[in-house]
Ligand binder design. Structure first.
Ligand code: SAM
Length: 207
């Protein structure tokens, strides 16, 4: 059965996110994607980086079904593992040993503003336990700087997501990076991306 979902933003942002990833991903490793959604990013990045294994995950069953369908549709079943049922708040995270041993980094795209603040806290706690020195956590999405929106459209978007769920909202970069610091990550780079988004690259440092 074809359970593919289509998230239009993925078509618009996948190339520029791919550019950021290409500057950070090494060969022969695995990347864990958290909150993979439809799976469109997952199959795109798996094809872009054939030397690695892209491990998708999502807590939502419909999204995981979509990811499975996208993997089948793109004929990547022999390369890509099926998505993991991973909710950052359900700790400890249960991950396959093979993934843990080959992991080079974690990527989470457009997740933390449509989840409770506690998800950001648990994302960094979980990543901090899992990743070793030099490995990365990359976040992509809209952020506030100095608690201020960087555009009118981000302000309107923030209001619209808060109207759906008052625990959601565009996060402040400084507060996110504070959580990073608590879990031994340093903020390596902030890259301004199209459509008022950012990529933030955190690197694990020694504790
Ligand atoms: C706006 S969608 C983004 C999906 C995809 N990354 C993209 O860019 O199209 C947010 C995603 O975060 C996931 N998510 C929400 N809460 C989560 C949690 N507690 N742990 C992990 N993922 C979560 C949702 O299931 C959803 O797939």
């Amino acid at each position: 059965m074809d359970n593919r979902l289509f998230f239009p933003a993925t078509q618009r942002n996948r190339d520029c996110i791919g550019d950021v990833l290409s500057r950070n991903i090494k060969k022969n490793c695995s990347i864990l994607e958290i909150g993979s959604g439809s799976g469109e990013h997952g199959v795109f990045f798996q094809k872009l980086f054939p030397e690695i294994i892209w491990q998708t995950s999502d807590p939502d069953l419909l999204n995981r079904k979509s990811i499975i369908s996208w993997i089948e549709y793109e004929e990547l079943s022999r390369k890509m593992p099926p998505p993991l049922d991973l909710d950052v708040e359900k700790v400890p995270w249960h991950l396959p040993t093979q993934l843990v041993n080959s992991l080079q980094g974690i990527v989470s795209i457009n997740m933390i503003h449509v989840a409770k603040w506690n998800c950001t806290i648990e994302l960094f706690k979980g990543a901090g336990k899992l990743l070793k020195e030099g490995q990365f956590l990359i976040l992509y999405g809209p952020f506030k700087i100095g608690n201020k929106h960087i555009s009118k459209s981000n302000y309107c978007f923030d209001n619209s997501i808060r109207a759906k769920n008052d625990l959601w909202g565009i996060r402040n970069i400084e507060e996110v990076s504070e959580e990073a610091k608590k879990n031994s990550f340093c903020q390596k780079n902030i890259i301004r991306m199209p459509a008022n988004n950012f990529s933030i690259i955190y690197k694990k440092v020694s504790c």
